[in-house]
Design a protein around this ligand. Structure first.
Ligand SMILES: Nc1nc2c(ncn2[C@@H]2O[C@H](COP(=O)(O)OP(=O)(O)OP(=O)(O)O)[C@@H](O)[C@H]2O)c(=O)[nH]1
Ligand SMILES: [Zn+2]
Length: 293
C-alpha cells in the first residue's frame, strides 16, 4: 500500500501527496470509531481506488500535534517578532519559545520590520539577537523591503514542515506572501477583495516553498502553559538544560536549591537575567493554574 502525507483537509476529504501526485482520500469508518481524526501533516497509508481517489487506511504515529491550526508533525516554527510596531518583547518571545520547545518544534527567530528600526534602538535589538544566538537559536532579520532576507530563510525550510507564529501585526502574512507571492494573503495594510480574508480561512494547507512545506495559517494562537509542569519547563530553556547536570541536586528547578549551576550562570551574566525572570514568572503561572478535573 502506498504511503503519503496529508497536505490539505477540506470538507471531509484529505489530500494525500505521494511521489509527486495528490490523491483525494476519505478516512475509513474505523477512524471515527477509534476517535482518530487524520490531520494535515500526518503520514498515512492509503489505498488508491483509481488515479485520483482513495481511502486512508492507517495514520502513522505523530511527533507532535497542534490544535490551532490543526496540524501534525511540525518540524519548525518561524517565530516572527517585529523590531518595532509592535515593539520587540523578550517576555513574549520567551513565552513562544517555551511552548515551541515543549512541542518538540525547532524555532527560527525572525526579527521583522527591520527597515523601521530607529537608529537608537538598533544596538538593543542586535544585543538581544546575540543573546538568543548564544542560547543556540537561529536568528534572522527580515523586512518586506529586502528580498535578501527572504532568500536567507528559503534554504532553512528545506525538507521541513514549518508553521509561522507570532503576535498580531508583526508581519506573518507579509512574510508568507513574500515566500509565496501567489498566495496573496490579506495583510492589515492592504485591503484586497481578491485576497482571502485572514479570519475566514477554515482549512489548513501545507504549501510548497522550495523544497519544504509551510502551513498557510499561522499557529500558536493560545499561549498558556496548559499540560506543562514545572519539570517540563526547565527543559524548555536550552541554556538551563545545558547546565542542569552541574546543579548539585538532580531535578533541580533552579529556584531555591543551593549550588545551582543555572543561578550561578545568571549571577555571572552568562545567562541574561531577563531569561531567568521569565522562567520564574512562568513557574509561578504554572503553580497558580487552577487544577483541571
Ligand atoms: N515597514 C514594514 N512594514 C511591514 C513589514 N512587514 C509587515 N509590515 C506591515 O505590518 C502590518 C501587519 O502585517 P501583517 O503581515 O498583516 O501581520 P500579521 O502578523 O499577519 O498580522 P495578523 O494577521 O493580525 O496576525 C501591515 O501593514 C504590513 O504591511 C516590514 O518588513 N516592514
Ligand atoms: Zn539548578
Amino acid at each position: 500500500m502506498p504511503e503519503g502525507k496529508i497536505i490539505k483537509a477540506l470538507s471531509g476529504f484529505y489530500y494525500v501527496a505521494h511521489e509527486g501526485s495528490i490523491t483525494q482520500c476519505r478516512g475509513r469508518g474505523v477512524f471515527r470509531k477509534n476517535k482518530i481524526t487524520p490531520l494535515v501533516g500526518d503520514y498515512v497509508v492509503f489505498q488508491a481506488e483509481n488515479e485520483t481517489d482513495g481511502y486512508i487506511l492507517e495514520v502513522g504515529e505523530r511527533k507532535n500535534e497542534l490544535v490551532r491550526p490543526p496540524i501534525a508533525n511540525v518540524d519548525q516554527a518561524i517565530l516572527v517578532f517585529s523590531a518595532v510596531e509592535p515593539d520587540f518583547s523578550t517576555t513574549l518571545l520567551d513565552r513562544f519559545l517555551t511552548l515551541i520547545e515543549f512541542n518538540l518544534i525547532e524555532p527560527i527567530i525572525c526579527i521583522s520590520k527591520i527597515d523601521l528600526i530607529p537608529e537608537t534602538r538598533l544596538s538593543d535589538i542586535q544585543a538581544y539577537a546575540a543573546d538568543y544566538e548564544k542560547m543556540g537559536y537561529r536568528v534572522i532579520f527580515t523586512s518586506t523591503t529586502m528580498q535578501d532576507s527572504i532568500d536567507r530563510l528559503w534554504p532553512l525550510l528545506q525538507n521541513k514542515v514549518s508553521v509561522v507564529a507570532g503576535q498580531s501585526g508583526v508581519g506573518k502574512s507579509s512574510l508568507l506572501n513574500q515566500l509565496r507571492p501567489e498566495l496573496a494573503l490579506k495583510t492589515s495594510g492592504i485591503s484586497s477583495h481578491l485576497g482571502r480574508g485572514k479570519h475566514t480561512t477554515r482549512h489548513v494547507e501545507l504549501i510548497e516553498v522550495g523544497a519544504g512545506l509551510v502551513a498557510d495559517t499561522p499557529g500558536f494562537s493560545s499561549l498558556d502553559f496548559t499540560d506543562m509542569g514545572v519539570e517540563d519547563l526547565t527543559d524548555c530553556f536550552p541554556e538551563f538544560k545545558l547546565r542542569k547536570h552541574a546543579c548539585k541536586f538532580r531535578g533541580c528547578t533552579h529556584l531555591a536549591e543551593p549550588k545551582c549551576a543555572v543561578k550561578a550562570a545568571v549571577e555571572s551574566g552568562e545567562i541574561p537575567s531577563y531569561r531567568y525572570e521569565h522562567y520564574t514568572q512562568f513557574v509561578q503561572e504554572i503553580r497558580d493554574r487552577k487544577p483541571r478535573y
